[in-house]
Design a protein around this ligand. Structure first.
Ligand code: ATP
Ligand code: MG
Length: 574
C-alpha cells in the first residue's frame, strides 16, 4: 500500500516520511493465522503499562495497536500492569491508566498485574537454579557493571558464577526471607558472559528491595527485573503477539531464552517504532518531573501530552485513534510534527462541534442608528458541516463587542476588517460601517461608533454590494463573561530533550505556553455549557469547557486554533 499523506497543503508535512497504514505487524499476524502457528487459539495481545505515571500520546499508539489488531482478528487484549518497581508505582496511576484506556474507546478482556505472578516467577527462578541456569551473585552493582564488559570487549565471569546449586538455593531462599540488606546480592541468569548482546551476559533476574508494594504490601523483599517478569507474564497469559517499542529489540533473545529454558507457552515479541512528536516530551519520568516541580498544574494540565491533559484540552479520542491509524508503524524511530496531530484534531472537531460566537478581547461597538433599548434575534447556523445540528437564535442590539484585533484606526495594506469608513459584515447580522472612535486618556480606542444598514439583515445586501470581511461579535447586554485559556507549545525546542551541558529539559520550557484571557465575552447560549463540551468559536478555534468551569464563571480551554491566514500575510509582509 502506498503511503497516504493525510495533510492538506497548508499543514506541514510529517517528517521523516508521511506514513500510511503500513503495518508489518498485521502482516505477521495474518501469516501466523494462515500457518496456524498457535493452533486454533485466537490472537492474544496485551497492553503492559508500568503504573508509574499517567499515559501519554505515545501510549495511545501502543494501545491502538494492541487492541486494534486483536479486534481486527477476533482476538483478545489484556491490560497488564507491569508493577515490578514498587518504589515508583501507585494506585493513583493504576486508576488513571484504566480511565484513559477506556476513554480511548477500548475495553480489556483480562485485567492482570505482573505482581499476580510473583509466586510463579519465584518458583520458576528456583527451577532455573536447580537446572544450573541461575546463580546468586554477591558482587556489588558497580562490580557487576565492570565485569559485564563493553560492546567491543567480552565480559568476565563473576567469582560467584559457579556456586553449587544447593548454596544458590539456600541463598536465594534467604534473600526472599529478608536476611540481607538491599543491594547486597542478586540472582542472575547463567547465559554467556561473552555474548555480543550485552543483555545476554548473565542478566539480573531478582534484586533485594525492602519496599512496600502497592498490591503485595510487604510480602516480598525481592522483586523480579522487567526482563525476567515480562516474557513469563506474557507466556502465562498465552499472549501470542507481544508488541513493544524498538528499544526492546535487543532484549528479544533474552525474552526467548527464559521461555525456552522453562518450556512454557511461546509468546513472541515484536517491536515497532516509538512515537516522538516535535516540541513534546513523551517520557513518564520526565513528565513526572514537570508535575513535581510545578511547571504545570498537574498530570492533566491541558499543555501536557498525557491523555488526561489532551482530554481536558478538548482533543477527542476519535481524533487520537485516527491519528494513530494514519501514522502506522515502522522499524525505525522518527519524529512526527506536532502539527500533524493537530490536523487530526481539527478535522474531527470540524465535523462535530457547534459553532458559536465569543470575543476574547472585547472592543465596544455602538451602532448609532440602531434604536435605543431594543434588541432582536438573528438566526445562526450551528454547524455548516452537519445540517442536522440546526440553527439557533443570537441576540443583536445597539451595543456590541467585537474583537480588538478586528478594528484598526489606521489599517495597514491588505487589512480588510473594520476601519474608519470601511463597511464589513457582522456574521449573521448586518453590514456596518465605522464612523468615529472614542479614545481613553492613553489614546487607545475604547469605542467605535458605526452605522448599520437595516436592509442587510442576515448578512446580505439586496443591491448585491460586497464587503471584504465578516467578523464575529456578541451583544453587550446579553453576553456572558468567561475566562479563556490559550495554550501554546510547552517547549520552545523542536526536540525538548536537547539541552546544553548541565541543563535540564525544563530549560526548554516555553514561558508563554499559557495565556489567560480573564474577561472574554461569549454568546448567551453558552451560559450553561457543560464541562468537557466542545465548540468552535467562529474565527478563533476550537474550545472545550474546563472542569474548573461553573455556571456564572465559565472557563474555556482553547483546544487548537483555526489556521490564521492574517498572521501568515502579516508574517510574509513583515
Ligand atoms: P515512559 O518512558 O514514558 O515511561 P515506557 O515505555 O516506560 O514509557 P510503559 O508503561 O512501560 O512506558 O509502556 C507501556 C507500553 O507502551 C509499552 O509497550 C511501550 O513500548 C509503549 N510505549 C511507551 N511509550 C511509547 C511511545 N512513545 N510510542 C509508542 N509506544 C510507547
Ligand atoms: Mg518504563
Amino acid at each position: 500500500m502506498s503511503p497516504v499523506n493525510p495533510l492538506s497543503e497548508a499543514a506541514p508535512k510529517p517528517s521523516p516520511e508521511p506514513t500510511g497504514a503500513s503495518n508489518f505487524i498485521r502482516d505477521i499476524i495474518i501469516e501466523d493465522l494462515k500457518t496456524k502457528k498457535y493452533g486454533d487459539a485466537v490472537i492474544q495481545t496485551r497492553f503492559p503499562p508500568e503504573p508509574n505515571g499517567y499515559l501519554h500520546i505515545g501510549h495511545a499508539k501502543a494501545i491502538c495497536l494492541d487492541f486494534g489488531l486483536a479486534d481486527e482478528f477476533g482476538g483478545k487484549t489484556n491490560l497488564r500492569f507491569d508493577d515490578t518497581n514498587p518504589e515508583k508505582e501507585e494506585q493513583e496511576y493504576v486508576d488513571s491508566i484504566m480511565k484513559d484506556v477506556r476513554w480511548l474507546g477500548f475495553e480489556w478482556d483480562g485485567l492482570y498485574y505482573a505482581s499476580d505472578y510473583f509466586d510463579q516467577l519465584y518458583e520458576w527462578a528456583v527451577k532455573l537454579i536447580k537446572d544450573g541456569k541461575a546463580y546468586v551473585d554477591d558482587l556489588t552493582a558497580d562490580e557487576i557493571r565492570k565485569y559485564r564488559g563493553t560492546l567491543t570487549e567480552p565480559g568476565k565471569d563473576s567469582p560467584y558464577r559457579n556456586r553449587p546449586v544447593a548454596e544458590n538455593l539456600d541463598l536465594f531462599e534467604r534473600m526472599r526471607k529478608g536476611e540481607f540488606p538491599d543491594g547486597t546480592r542478586v540472582l542472575r541468569a547463567k547465559i554467556d558472559m561473552s555474548s555480543p548482546n550485552l543483555n545476554m551476559r548473565d542478566p539480573v533476574m531478582y534484586r533485594i528491595l525492602h519496599a512496600e508494594h502497592h498490591r503485595t504490601g510487604d510480602k516480598w523483599c525481592i522483586y523480579p527485573m522487567y526482563d525476567y517478569a515480562h516474557g513469563q507474564s506474557d507466556s502465562t497469559e498465552r499472549v501470542t503477539h507481544s508488541m513493544c517499542t524498538l528499544e526492546f529489540e535487543d532484549h528479544r533473545p533474552l525474552y526467548n531464552w527464559f521461555i525456552q529454558q522453562l518450556g512454557i507457552f511461546p509468546s513472541q515479541q515484536m517491536e515497532f517504532d516509538r512515537l516522538s512528536l516535535t516540541y513534546t516530551l513523551l517520557s513518564k519520568r520526565k513528565l513526572l518531573k514537570l508535575v513535581q516541580e510545578k511547571h504545570v498544574s498537574g498530570w492533566d494540565d491541558p499543555r501536557m501530552p498525557t491523555l488526561s491533559g489532551i482530554r481536558r484540552r478538548g482533543f477527542t479520542s476519535e481524533a487520537i485513534r485516527n491519528f494513530c491509524g494514519a501514522i502506522g508503524v515502522s522499524k525505525t524511530n522518527g519524529t512526527l510534527e506536532l502539527a500533524m496531530l493537530e490536523y487530526f484534531v481539527r478535522e474531527d472537531l470540524n465535523k462535530r462541534t457547534p459553532r458559536v460566537m465569543g470575543v476574547l478581547r472585547p472592543l465596544k461597538v455602538v451602532i448609532d442608528n440602531y434604536p435605543e433599548n431594543q434588541s432582536e434575534e438573528v438566526e445562526a447556523v450551528n454547524n455548516p458541516e452537519d445540517e442536522s445540528a440546526g440553527k439557533r437564535k443570537v441576540p443583536f442590539s445597539k451595543v456590541l463587542y467585537i474583537e480588538q484585533d478586528d478594528f484598526r484606526e489606521d489599517p495597514p495594506k491588505q487589512y480588510y476588517r473594520l476601519s474608519p469608513g470601511r463597511e464589513v459584515r457582522l456574521r449573521y447580522g448586518y453590514f456596518i460601517t465605522a464612523k468615529s472612535v472614542v479614545k481613553n486618556e492613553k489614546g487607545e480606542v475604547v469605542e467605535v461608533h458605526c452605522t448599520y444598514d437595516p436592509a442587510t439583515r442576515g448578512g446580505n445586501a439586496p443591491d448585491g454590494r460586497k464587503v471584504k470581511s465578516t467578523i464575529h461579535w456578541v451583544s453587550a447586554a446579553h453576553a456572558v463573561d468567561a475566562e479563556v485559556r490559550l495554550y501554546d507549545k510547552l517547549f520552545t525546542k523542536e526536540d525538548p530533550n536537547q539541552v546544553e551541558e548541565g541543563q535540564e529539559v525544563t530549560a526548554n520550557l516555553n514561558p508563554q505556553s499559557l495565556e489567560v484571557v480573564p474577561q472574554a465575552k461569549v454568546e448567551p447560549s453558552l451560559a450553561n455549557a457543560a464541562v468537557e463540551s466542545r465548540y468552535q468559536f467562529e474565527r478563533l478555534g476550537y474550545f472545550c469547557v474546563d472542569p474548573e468551569s461553573q455556571p456564572g464563571q465559565l472557563v474555556f480551554n482553547r483546544t487548537v486554533a483555526l489556521k490564521d491566514t492574517w498572521a501568515k500575510i502579516e508574517k510574509r509582509a513583515g
